[in-house]
Write a protein of this length. Structure first.
Length: 193
């Protein structure tokens, strides 16, 4: 069992990364592997096609996902939005029916609007959204600030444990013969007139 996590900051080892490492440690305690992929650079330096191809392959091998991003101007970073816009177009099948969580990091404000945007991706693709004991955010400008955010740390730990529990529950359901829901015929209508 493996969880793929995306760090959508332009800083490879900053606050978002620190939050994701806390989730990773909690997953490990529950026997679930994880990988943190830094997408902030390749999202914007002309390598997006290669990045999406590689992520699509990783998605196929993963059982759960965490999409992490810092708050930039009260929204998710542009970097994560570029990646998720492209990834959900390219790898919808590899993502569907697998649990996902969203995580954000901010100095101060814009966290809930950021989480709302991030959660829009899994929730249009039939992915169970994993929650924690508070909205999944940490606060700080540097990794050491995040470590001092004791409530944020506990929220990340709980998120990792809840993700592990849901992945294991889905595996147990599959082993017991529970089938994925069948597709419903859905007309695609446009709101023109
Ligand atoms: C371009 C930019 C915009 C930012 N906008 C906000 C903001 O609206 N609200 C806020 O609290 N912090 C804001 N910040 C601070 C970061 O969200 C915060 O320091 C975050 O923890 C950084 O995470 P990282 O180290 O993973 O990049 C901004 C930072 C940058 C670089």
């Amino acid at each position: 069992m493996k969880v793929l996590m995306l760090n959508g900051s332009w800083r490879e080892k900053g606050c978002t990364y620190t939050a994701l490492t806390i989730v990773a440690d909690a997953l490990k305690e529950e026997g679930v592997d994880s990988e943190i992929v830094f997408v902030g650079k390749d999202a914007v330096n002309g390598n997006i096609n290669e990045l999406i191809k590689s992520l699509k392959e990783k998605c196929a091998q993963s059982d759960g996902f965490v999409f992490g991003a810092p708050v930039y101007y009260a929204s998710p970073s542009g970097e994560i939005q570029v990646v998720l816009d492209r990834l959900f177009g390219a790898a919808g099948d590899e993502l569907r029916f697998k649990p996902a969580a969203v995580v954000t990091s901010a100095r101060r404000a814009g966290t809930t609007s950021t989480l709302d945007v991030l959660a829009k991706y899994p929730t249009i693709n039939q992915m169970p959204l994993v929650s924690s004991c508070y909205w999944p955010m940490v606060h700080g400008s540097a990794p050491e600030d995040v470590r001092k955010d004791e409530e944020g740390v506990a929220v990340m730990k709980t998120l990792g444990k809840n993700m592990a529990w849901l992945i294991k529950s889905i595996e147990a359901g599959k082993a017991a013969g529970v089938k994925q829901p069948e597709d419903v015929d859905k007309p695609q209508t446009n709101f023109i007139r």
